[in-house]
Design a protein around this ligand. Structure first.
Ligand SMILES: Cc1ncc(COP(=O)(O)O)c(C=O)c1O
Length: 358
């Protein structure tokens, strides 16, 4: 019985841009073999920083390219919390690795409920007034991992205003923003911010391929030297070989072509998943279908998903249990289904297997 995995938030192997990357590597080697093969700037490979700066509107001097955005976030957590501690605020639920990374560098992690329109800003403001001000607020604004929802403009604006008033950083983690298949884009907090408190993060993991390990931060002046220092101490320079290929791929116009290919595929997968959930689970599973990204999040009424998971693994339909995404291990009746890497024709079989276990 072949495994149908709803666990990994990865691009579908059959949709990876293999030929386009192959020729980008060759062209990059022809243009700049030395730059690809020697150590380079700890802030990252300049032609890729320039492309990122143009696309996401930032001075290339402040674009920091790393081996994936998680690495960049770990560097920031080290800069802000290592040795000194402090508070970080996250959405509940949120990306599990973020919680682990913050804790690893000594931050106290305070989780605030993720409501339909975004993090509970009233609760955050009340906590600040009560003396629990964070040094960093971590937000996944688009097609949140795991919940799939989009933070509204009003909540984004309030967060930016609070950051200006209280002097905390906002980490706007946006690896899914380019993968909208319906509805309207919402302005970035990075663009709403007048006080220079927002660090915007993007990644090529979901829009090209995870194995190239390429992510980028748009950094304010104040953090650049500190981040470059940590990068230099950690790896001297990022993987310029891969990043030169990414720069070449992007400069050849392949990035947008890749998005144009991915969006309808993702929508078809989401639609097939929703149809399979309706057919096999009906009212037992409560969810809101996302307008983009990789994930569908929902509640299985009265089911302990921690206990369900080993059985699902055995049945070859792994998912991620909801409790992984909460600081306090709550959310046991929730689960995250990644639809990105499951073909539409496999959805019915996969959800059918899951339903049989209940
Ligand atoms: C919200 C979020 N941030 C960061 C990452 C890590 O991305 P990267 O591969 O760029 O390190 C992921 C990967 O799943 C993610 O979902």
């Amino acid at each position: 019985m072949a495994t149908i995995s709803f666990a990994r938030g990865v691009p579908s192997a059959d949709l990876l841009p293999v030929d386009e990357l192959k020729s980008a590597i060759v062209r990059a080697m022809e243009k700049d073999a030395t730059g690809m093969l020697l150590y380079g700037d700890p802030m990252g490979y300049m032609p890729l920083r320039e492309w990122v700066g143009k696309r996401w509107y930032h001075d290339p001097a402040g674009v920091f390219v790393t081996n994936g955005s998680l690495q960049a976030f770990a560097f920031l957590a080290e800069v802000l919390f290592a040795g000194s501690g402090g508070r970080a605020a996250v959405e509940a639920p949120t990306y599990d690795r973020t919680i682990l990374t913050l804790k690893r560098f000594g931050a106290t992690v305070d989780a605030y409920p993720l409501l339909e329109d975004g993090i509970d800003v009233d609760a955050l403001e009340a906590a600040i007034k009560a003396g629990k001000a964070p040094g960093l607020v971590y937000i996944i604004p688009n097609f949140q991992n795991p919940a799939g929802n989009v933070t509204t403009l009003a909540v984004r604006q309030r967060l930016v205003d609070l950051a200006a008033e209280h002097g905390f950083w906002i980490f706007e983690d946006d690896p899914y923003g380019d993968l909208r298949f319906s509805g309207e884009d919402v302005p970035r907090m990075f663009d709403l911010d007048q006080a220079g408190r927002v660090i915007y993060s993007t990644s090529f993991t979901k829009t090209i391929a995870p194995g190239i390990r390429a992510g980028a931060l748009l950094l304010p002046e104040e953090l650049r030297k500190k981040m470059a220092y940590i990068a230099n101490q950690t790896y001297i320079g990022a993987v310029h070989f891969a990043h030169a290929a990414v720069a070449e791929y992007c400069n050849a116009g392949e990035f947008d072509k890749g998005l144009d290919r991915a969006r309808p595929q993702l929508e078809a997968r989401k639609d097939a998943l929703v149809a399979a959930l309706d057919a096999h689970l009906g009212d037992r599973f409560t969810f809101r279908a996302p307008e983009g990204g990789y994930f569908l999040w929902g509640r299985l009424d009265g089911v302990d998903c921690d206990a369900l998971l080993p059985k699902a693994n055995e049945a070859g339909v792994p998912f991620v249990k909801g409790s992984d995404f909460f600081v306090d291990g709550s959310g046991k009746d929730h689960l995250r289904l990644a639809f990105s890497a499951v073909k539409p024709e496999e959805m019915d079989e996969g959800i059918g297997r899951l339903a049989q276990l209940l």
